[in-house]
Design a binder for this molecule. Structure first.
Ligand SMILES: Nc1ncnc2c1ncn2[C@@H]1O[C@H](COP(=O)(O)OP(=O)(O)OP(=O)(O)O)[C@@H](O)[C@H]1O
Length: 353
């Protein structure tokens, strides 16, 4: 059917047209979404892999349904989200899982590190180096316009990391993106379209003070921020309001605070990490289990200040080398178990399976 084909191969202009074409009285047609992803599937993947962040995930779910329904304001990005909170609690992982569920790969999005963008020559490309001057073209290498633009049936995804590191000029340029859905690089020759894009931003703003507060609490020091308790989420929002103008913050649809991952979630997080490793081992026809001694030992490495990241790192550094040696041995074992005995991890074929 030429009509459908035309639409599928459409560029941004026709994306706009399709979003705002003449109303039809046929509800089945009018309410059919151009987006192919299913919010339920994305949420399944998120709820399986992101542990201990239920409130955040509920807001992400609302966003996904809104985007799927596709009646947003023309020329604005499809959604603008800011994720706040400590390191290693799932902010970036959430974006990766959304990218995997909607676009097929955890890498299918444009990631911009605000720290890098703060370097003068990159910032210049955004904020005003005149054409021909050093810096006027650098931004091209940072922005992946195809990943940002998406396609007729799939949104683009962009992640601005470490928002607090962005300069005032970069924030001004970003504000314009949130308003108009477009970014014209200062070379004047290159325009990036964000109007079909899910924008995510992350920030650790205010977290340093929270960590200090928690450390003080653990040591029984009660004099911090005037008392023993602190509403962590309000503290993060206050830190954000101190740093950024309301003009910028008011253009963000959702500001979501991630919680510290407390001990109660360790078991589930370990299962998620093990599942990821087993998925990679599948290609080698091998599976791995941990017995209770190994699990308990891994928990001792956990430090709330660094979130789940150090658990994942210990698996990589301490357990994966053991598995590597086993699968390189010339034997036919496919199932392995790791234990922690006499102050060290050891691996053996799992004879119980
Ligand atoms: N809530 C969680 N549930 C399950 N795994 C998690 C969770 N949070 C983090 N992880 C694990 O820790 C790793 C690091 O997390 P992530 O990259 O999301 O950190 P982050 O919150 O973005 O931190 P930063 O602010 O330092 O960028 C993830 O790849 C994942 O393996």
């Amino acid at each position: 059917m030429p009509f459908i084909n035309e639409r599928l191969s459409a560029n941004q202009t026709s994306i706009d047209k399709a979003r705002y074409e003449k109303p039809t009285t046929d509800n089945t047609v009018a309410r059919q979404s151009r987006f192919h992803f299913k919010p339920e599937d994305v949420m399944n993947a998120l709820r399986t892999n992101i542990i201990g962040q239920d409130d955040v995930l509920s807001s992400v779910e609302e966003m996904l349904y809104l985007v799927k329904a596709d009646f947003g304001i023309k020329h604005r990005p499809l959604a603008v989200n800011l994720f706040l909170g400590p390191t290693g609690v799932g902010k970036t992982e959430t974006v990766k899982i959304i990218a995997k569920s909607i676009l097929g790969s955890t890498d299918n999005f444009c990631r911009i590190d605000m720290n890098t963008l703060a370097q003068e020559h990159y910032a210049a490309s955004l904020t005003g180096a005149p054409p021909g001057y050093v810096g006027s073209k650098e931004g091209h290498s940072l922005f992946d316009s195809d990943a940002i633009k998406g396609s007729f049936s799939k949104p683009g995804i962009v992640l601005f990391d470490e928002l607090e590191k962005a300069s005032t000029e970069v924030i001004r340029a970003l504000l314009n993106v949130l308003d108009t859905g477009h970014l014209v690089l200062s070379s004047g020759t290159h325009e990036i379209d964000f109007s079909n894009c899910l924008i995510f931003m992350t920030s650790n703003i205010g977290v340093k003070e929270l960590n200090a507060h928690r450390a003080a609490q653990n040591k029984g020091i009660k004099k911090w921020l005037g008392g023993n308790t602190i509403d962590e989420k309000s503290h993060l929002k206050q830190a954000l309001q101190k740093k950024f103008d309301p003009e910028f913050l008011n253009r963000i649809d959702r500001i979501l605070s991630y919680d510290y991952l407390s001990d109660e979630f360790l078991d589930k997080i370990l299962d998620v990490e093990l599942e990821k490793l087993n998925l990679r081992l599948k290609a080698k026809n091998a599976t791995l289990e941990l017995d209770e001694t190994a699990r308990q030992q891994l928990y001792t490495y956990y430090d709330e200040e660094y979130g789940a990241r150090n658990l994942a790192q210990h698996i990589r550094v301490k357990l994966e080398p053991l598995v590597a040696r086993e699968i390189l041995k010339d034997d036919q074992s496919t199932q392995f178990i790791i234990k922690y005995v006499d102050d060290k991890f050891s691996i053996s074929p799992d004879i119980n399976t």
